[in-house]
Write a protein that binds this ligand. Structure first.
Ligand code: ADP
Length: 490
């Protein structure tokens, strides 16, 4: 067992290829959510540092855009290899600041490296077009070119992958980037940037501004005409604010905002597999993912068996510090997260839900500074409960019974969010029919973990727009230009 309190990491900003302190000299601490103890500190950027980072990204852009795609791709694949070689060390940093179990953190490193690798390949496939002429005298060439300097603002729940799925396509496309990670998880972001630098990223191609002042950093990024695109993953509230601010520079955006995923379990589902997939979706990262099943609709015929099997699996989940062997549910990120989850559980019980497993306060004999929540299963969840319309972001599963396919689809779609949805069935016609009718960007059909670098992750409705991953992912970082050539026939 590693004692995370003994690990300390003191890191700096990365601007123009140099690691350096903030101009103000300020720093801020990073704490372990399992203990509340300080595990490191980082430089605290303010507007001057962000402007310097944009200067560096802007200066680096022409040469990087002109670097052959094959070379850009190789660099990304080298960085992916370095992340894999350093997996144990990066996972330890991630667990120390984010709380997820070490094994899950190692999985996250692999997932994150996968985006660099995937987009490393895509760099060489940024094809244009030659359009058949509508006039014998003309030819039209369509070019796809890097948009320019890009910015990335990322959350704390997947501190490596949320960064690489922005940096991978940006760098593959020939863009340079200024990255601002979440305040809670800046150390993992340092590790990702270090892998890129060690893989040979030229000065200024990637710049990292850790900061405890997100709104100030955001304002500088959004008001600088040199920044041509922002990719943001985070809350719907901040996303809407960034949409408003993007108007000033008419900045391109991709936004991955909140989710409120339904999982629909049909009578004909394979019971064991359905439970496994719903558990995977619901309890991954202690329920702190935007694709976590937040509403579980169970058809009447399978309800009792499904509930019994879920109860057994939820009760068996091991809660603890992510550094303890065998732990499946780490701490939540902070106190506010614990309060929100407890409010959801209390509200559901007050409104008539049945507490099947868990529910009690969770610290037990764990460190008093830790943000732990007991995995909880509720039944009889109804549409009026907070659980049914707010993202819980914690290890709480709520079941709702339904009778018909139409009823389940109507309930599933009855949300302003549209990121991920799940359905569990062995009937392939139903699978297709329901998948087509679900108003979400991602559908996991008998699949509780649908995210992979090669697929276009993203949402509809208030879950945002733009796609990350797959060949769609690189389009976000490219501008289309056509060149019309006249006088060809003469
Ligand atoms: P979460 O609920 O996941 O913490 P946030 O939207 O608050 O979601 O945070 C996601 C990212 O957005 C973090 O990097 C955070 O620092 C950043 N952020 C928060 N507020 C702002 C803002 N006003 N402008 C720009 N970025 C912000």
């Amino acid at each position: 067992m590693t004692d995370t309190a003994t690990i300390t990491h003191d890191e700096q900003l990365l601007i123009g290829g140099a690691w350096r302190e903030a101009a103000s000299g300020r720093r801020f601490d990073v704490t372990d959510p399992a203990t509340g103890e300080v595990v490191g500190s980082v430089a605290d950027a303010d507007r001057d540092d962000v402007s310097a980072a944009i200067d560096a990204a802007s200066a680096a852009f022409p040469a990087w855009a002109a670097t052959p795609a094959r070379e850009r791709g190789r660099l990304l694949r080298r960085a992916a290899d370095l992340m894999r070689e350093r997996s144990a060390a990066i996972a330890a940093v991630m667990t120390a600041e984010q709380g997820m179990p070490l094994a899950e953190a190692a999985g996250e490193v692999e997932y994150a490296a996968g985006f660099l690798e995937w987009f490393g390949g895509e760099a060489e496939r940024i094809y244009g077009q030659v359009v058949p002429p509508s006039n014998a005298d003309k030819r039209v060439l369509v070019l796809r070119q890097p948009v320019g300097v890009t910015a990335a603002i990322t959350p704390w729940n997947f501190p490596a992958a949320m960064l690489t799925r922005k940096l991978g396509p940006a760098l593959a496309a020939g863009c340079t980037s200024v990255v601002k990670p979440a305040e809670a998880t800046p150390l993992t972001a340092v590790e990702v940037c270090r892998a890129l630098i060690d893989a040979g990223a030229p000065a200024g191609v990637v710049n990292l501004v850790t900061s405890s002042r997100p709104a100030e950093v955001g304002d500088v990024l959004m008001s600088d005409a040199r920044v041509r695109k922002l990719s943001f993953t985070g809350s719907t509230e901040v996303g809407k604010e960034l949409i408003r601010k993007s108007a000033d520079q008419v900045m391109r955006l991709s936004l991955e905002l909140g989710g409120h995923a339904p999982a629909i379990v049909f009578d004909d589902a394979d019971l064991d597999d359905a439970v496994t997939q719903v558990m995977a979706s619901k309890f991954r990262n202690a329920g702190q993912t935007c694709v976590c099943a937040n509403r579980i609709y169970v058809q009447r015929g399978i309800h009792d068996a499904f509930r019994a099997a879920m109860a057994e699996r939820v009760a068996a989940l091991r809660v603890g510090a992510g550094t303890e062997p065998g732990v499946q549910i780490g701490p939540l990120i902070d106190d506010a997260a614990v309060t929100k989850v407890r409010r959801h559980v209390e509200d559901a019980i007050e409104r008539g839900a049945e507490l099947v497993v868990g529910g009690e306060p969770a610290n037990g004999d764990r460190p008093s500074g830790g943000h732990f929540v007991t995995p909880t299963l509720l039944d009889g969840v109804t549409a009026d409960m907070l659980l049914s319309h707010e993202e819980t972001f914690g290890p709480v599963a709520g079941l709702t019974v339904f009778d018909t396919e139409d009823e389940a689809i109507a309930m599933a779609n009855d949300t302003p969010f549209g990121l991920a949805a799940y359905l569990l069935t062995r009937d392939y016609a139903r699978m297709l029919r329901v998948a087509e009718r679900l108003e979400f960007g991602i559908v996991g059909a008998n699949d509780g973990a649908p995210s992979v670098p090669s697929a276009p992750f993203g949402g509809v409705k208030q879950s945002g727009f733009g796609r990350e991953g797959g060949d769609f992912g690189i389009d976000e970082y490219l501008s289309v230009k056509y060149v019309s050539i006249g006088g060809v026939a003469s």
